[in-house]
Design a binder for this molecule. Structure first.
Ligand code: SF4
Length: 497
């Protein structure tokens, strides 16, 4: 057993309101520079939809992630010789049109406009050429204001799981059924971007599993852009280097949540450390599609297990990291309650960002008063779910519908129980039966409810200690760095190793 620590995330999709505050927090902090205009390390997509860059989920086109050949894991991009042949012309890259041509507005037009009876407008201008342009796409062009269901009909997941007739019927209702899918780099356990890099510039950080690009080593070959099936590595056309989400490691190192998580309005995001067995990565990623989610749960180790603790400490892991793993909200959602699922596990990168799938689009109906209401008969509504379970299974369970139904049964049973308890319009016996069917206890429901609805900042973000020497030095004399870096720390950081 080779126990290591991985900083991991859970996004609770029922809570996302699609405000894009997360994207802007990230943009302002990290990609507000020349060459990064089109990059959204954090983006929020509307689903069903084609995503950003468009159709990134279509691996027949992009060849991202891993595939199984005779039981062996292979990069879908091809072997190293194929990669070398394509090194000067890589045919598996998204173009600027697949992202979108970044734009701003000529705001000066508003100020300089002559007085008149009409409202002055600011013309859109390209951030690449500086010329006037017509906006034809944006970072979430699938959004209801921009084009659904015209674009959403092309969602590769829908194409996979529905025939044309079914899709047509689905889109008659689609106006009422959509949800938001926020995405950042998954900081995968088996990252295909790392495997695809010919120069070894992209790497997984030992102590916390964050995937980073060495700006010194990167030669700009862009194999990582193709290799990542989630298209979360980008090419900075000004610097000629690859860039990606760094999980705000400078913030994590000083005990702060990543900017996208700190700013999230819906409080959908959770961060915590998971312990995993690095010896089982290849075996886990090589499982058949139907076993991938369960195998990914299995590789995550119980941080309370004395043997796991012993092995972790034998490898030099600090006790404070283990304690952080014991309090990890991600461990609870993913392993303990089995409510959070990985996005596209069939790409076999073992993503470490997990999603609690959205309940409302599946079960809610529009009441005559125009409000969304949960269907009275919760469980039978699952079978006739408005957003077909097989679509969600294509997103979160490599097509395994039973896996998604098991999650929904828990979410629904929990709601029934809380409703029976607080509103009283559901008989408690019925709620208790639902809990039993979903294999949940009342205590677990209470814990899930607490973490989902009432959690404090410290419960949502359990950041393992990763302070570096510089932070400790800054604490020795808070006045020493006052002029150049602000006030410094007044107290020694207690989280330091
Ligand atoms: S800030 Fe939070 S609620 Fe708003 S879009 Fe992003 S993830 Fe969703």
């Amino acid at each position: 057993m080779d126990v290591r620590a991985q900083v991991s995330m859970v996004f609770h999709l029922d809570k996302c309101i699609g405000c894009h505050t997360c994207s802007l927090a990230c943009k302002n902090l990290w990609t507000d520079r020349p060459g990064t205009e089109y990059m959204w390390w954090n983006n929020v997509e509307t689903k069903p939809g084609t995503g950003y860059p468009t159709l990134y989920e279509d691996q027949d086109q992009y060849h991202g992630g891993w595939t199984l050949e005779d039981g062996k894991l292979r990069l879908k991009l091809g072997s190293r010789p194929t990669e070398l042949v394509n090194i000067s012309f890589n045919p598996r890259l998204p173009t600027l049109d697949d992202y979108y041509e970044p734009f701003t507005y000529r705001y000066k037009d508003l100020i300089d406009a002559r007085q008149g009876n009409d409202q002055p407008v600011a013309r859109p201008i390209s951030m690449i050429t500086g010329e006037d342009m017509e906006i034809e796409a944006g970072p979430n062009w699938d959004d209801d204001l921009s084009g659904s269901p015209i674009y959403a009909a092309n969602d590769p997941n829908l194409q996979k799981v529905m025939n044309e007739d079914e899709r047509r019927q689905f889109f008659e209702m689609q106006q009422l059924v959509f949800f938001y899918l926020p995405r950042i780099c998954n900081h995968c356990l088996n990252p295909s971007c790392v495997a695809a890099c010919p120069t070894g510039a992209i790497y997984k950080r030992g102590e916390d599993g964050i995937v980073l690009v060495s700006q010194e080593k990167c030669q700009g070959w862009r194999m990582c852009v193709s290799g990542c099936p989630y298209k979360k590595v980008y090419f900075n056309w000004e610097a000629g280097k690859a860039e990606k989400c760094i999980l705000c490691y400078p913030r994590l190192e000083t005990g702060q949540a990543p900017a996208c998580m700190h700013s999230c309005v819906g409080k959908i995001r959770y961060l915590g450390v998971l312990l995993y067995d690095a010896e089982r990565i290849e075996e886990t990623a090589s499982k058949p599609d139907c076993d991938l989610v369960e195998a990914q749960r299995e590789i995550i180790q119980d941080p309370f297990d004395p043997e796991v603790i012993r092995q972790a400490m034998a490898r030099g892991m600090d006790r404070k990291v283990i304690e952080a793993a014991q309090r990890s909200p991600v461990y609870k959602y993913v392993k303990q309650w089995k409510l959070a699922l990985p996005l596209h596990p069939e790409w076999r990168t073992l993503p470490m960002l997990f999603y609690v799938p959205p309940l409302l689009p599946v079960t809610a109906t529009l009441s005559q008063q125009g409000h969304y209401e949960l269907d009275k008969d919760f469980f039978s509504s699952l079978e006739s779910a408005r957003l077909p379970i097989r679509y969600l299974a294509s997103l979160f369970a490599a097509g395994d519908e039973a896996m998604v139904v098991a999650v929904y049964k828990k979410l629904l049973a929990g709601r029934m129980f809380k409703r029976a308890e607080t509103v009283g319009d559901i008989p408690m016996e019925k709620a208790a039966q639902a809990l039993e069917d979903a294999r949940l206890t009342p205590e677990e429901v209470e814990d899930i409810y607490r973490l989902t609805a009432l959690a404090s900042f410290d419960e949502m973000f359990v950041i393992p200690p990763m302070l570096r020497e510089v932070a400790i030095e800054m604490g020795v004399d808070p006045h020493e760095f006052q002029e150049e870096r602000g006030a410094g720390f007044v107290q020694l950081p207690s989280r330091g190793l």
